[in-house]
Design a protein around this ligand. Structure first.
Ligand SMILES: [Zn+2]
Length: 247
C-alpha cells in the first residue's frame, strides 16, 4: 500500500464529477447519521432527479450516551431511528426505504470473524442487498478511523458476492474529516467532489434532525457523544467528497 497525503487536507482542489446515474442506489451507514453527514447532498440530489434511494443503517447507535438514565439503550435506539427517518424525509427518502439492522454500536462485526453475530450480520446485509439490488452502492471508506465503519465496509464488500451484478462502489469518509484522526489516503483510491450547492440548506436541516447528536437533548451523561461544530461544518461544504478504488 502506497500512501499519499489525505485529500481532505485540501478538498477544494479535488476534481468535480457528476451525480451517479445508475439506480437503484443504496446508502449504507454504520451509525444513524453517517448517511446524512457524508451523503446527504448526494441523496437529496438523487431524489430530486427521481432516482430511487434506499438506506441501510447497520448499528443501533446506542453507545453515544451509555450512562444516561433518562435514555437507556431501548429508548435511545428509538430516538435515533426517529431522527434518521426525519432526516431522510427532509432529503426525500420515505421511511419504507430505510432498514435498521440494529447491530451493536461499537461492536459491528467484521465479515472475517467466524462468530455467530458476524455470520448473522452478513446474512442480514446480503438480504438487504438482494432486496434493493443496487446499481450504485455508497459505503463507508475502507480505512475510516472508526472500527464500525471499517467493519461495515467489510460486511458489505463480502455481501456483494450475493448479487448477480456487482454495483458501482462509492466510498465516503467520515472520521478522516477530524484532523486528529486523519490518515493518508490509500493510493489505490481516487477522490472526487460532488457539487451539492443547491442542497446544502436541505442537508443542514437534515443534520439538525439528529438532536441527540448535535444538542444537549440528552443532558444526563457527561461522557455523552456530541458532534463537534467543526466536524459538522466539514459536512456543510457546497460539495461532498467520495473515494473510489482505481479500477
Ligand atoms: Zn459513524
Amino acid at each position: 500500500m502506497v500512501a499519499s497525503v489525505s485529500p481532505l487536507s485540501h478538498p477544494e482542489t479535488l476534481p468535480l464529477r457528476s451525480l451517479p446515474s445508475e439506480a437503484p442506489v443504496l446508502v449504507v451507514a454504520p451509525h444513524p447519521d453517517d448517511e446524512t453527514l457524508a451523503c446527504g447532498g448526494a441523496i437529496a440530489a438523487l431524489r430530486a432527479q427521481g432516482l430511487p434511494v434506499s438506506v441501510l443503517v447497520v448499528s443501533d447507535g446506542t453507545r453515544s450516551h451509555p450512562r444516561s438514565r433518562l435514555y437507556p439503550a431501548p429508548r435511545l435506539r428509538q430516538v435515533r431511528q426517529a431522527e434518521t427517518l426525519a432526516a431522510l424525509a427532509r432529503l426525500g427518502v420515505a421511511a419504507s426505504q430505510v432498514v435498521f439492522l440494529g447491530l451493536p454500536d461499537g461492536s459491528v462485526p467484521s465479515a472475517s470473524l467466524s462468530t455467530s453475530l458476524a455470520q448473522a450480520a452478513l446474512a442480514q446485509c446480503q438480504r438487504s442487498l438482494v432486496q434493493v439490488a443496487p446499481r450504485t452502492l455508497f459505503l463507508p471508506y475502507r480505512y475510516d478511523p472508526h472500527r464500525d465503519h471499517r467493519a461495515t465496509w467489510s460486511l458489505m464488500q463480502t455481501a456483494i458476492a450475493a448479487l448477480p451484478q456487482p454495483p458501482r462502489l462509492i466510498e465516503y469518509p467520515v472520521w478522516d474529516w477530524d484532523p486528529e484522526q486523519r490518515q493518508p489516503l490509500d493510493a489505490s483510491y481516487r477522490p472526487w467532489r460532488l457539487d451539492i450547492a443547491s442542497f446544502v440548506e436541505l442537508k443542514r436541516q437534515a443534520i439538525a434532525c439528529y438532536r441527540s447528536q448535535t444538542t444537549d437533548l440528552i443532558h444526563d451523561d457527561p461522557t455523552g457523544f456530541r458532534l463537534s461544530p467543526e466536524l459538522i461544518a466539514s459536512f456543510l461544504n457546497p460539495w461532498e467528497i467520495f473515494l473510489e478504488p482505481v479500477p
